[in-house]
Design a protein around this ligand. Sequence first.
Ligand SMILES: Cc1cc2nc3c(=O)[nH]c(=O)nc-3n(C[C@H](O)[C@H](O)[C@H](O)COP(=O)(O)O)c2cc1C
Length: 198
Amino acid sequence: MDALDAILTRSSVPARLLGEPAPSDGELAEVFAAAVTAPDHGSIRPWRFAVIRGPALERFADLFAEATRRRDPEAGAAVLEEARRKALRSPLVIAVWAEIREDHPKVPPIEQIVSAGAAVQNMLIALHAKGYGAIQLTGPNAHDPFVKAGFGLQPKDEIVGFLYVGTPSEPPAAKRRPDAAAFVRHWDGAAALDSAAD
Ligand SMILES: Cc1cc2nc3c(=O)[nH]c(=O)nc-3n(C[C@H](O)[C@H](O)[C@H](O)COP(=O)(O)O)c2cc1C
């Protein structure tokens, strides 16, 4: 698939539509190779990835349920079961985070997070080009220190997404995209000069 075609035809697949087969470890190696071409100020390589499949998915579900219980000790069995169910929607999940260097002299944390986000986009495109479906999801668990600890992270680190990955059970619906031109201006500096005069 041509690179631009892959970008323009990619769309997220709802996690409930993602089933077997999931990419093999060999296929994932190419996906991670795509990930680490992300722009990376200072070559600090802030991105980290954890592949979750097989029996580990049950432990991932346990982690979500326990994190939910800790955030809301009153949560009932149905709420905790829903937390587990969410973790188990696809046959493969990839946690992606930025391991944040807070004291870097040139690269503030926001730039490290941007780099991890770019890695995610490369992965989504690579997975699509290989015929797989995927979606990037976060929610409260992604920002929960207990979940972070479950992956060996510190509170300063930022989970930018759990990528749910598999084969779509139905062809993704054609998605209407916004008119790109509506988001683009040709800047001539006038606004900057106007506000500088205030
Ligand atoms: C950082 C990040 C976190 C996201 N988290 C969620 C989420 O928790 N739940 C959700 O429904 N969509 C979430 N999304 C949006 C989906 O990943 C997806 O982009 C959206 O459904 C639009 O689909 P598209 O990728 O085909 O445009 C998130 C997107 C980003 C960039």
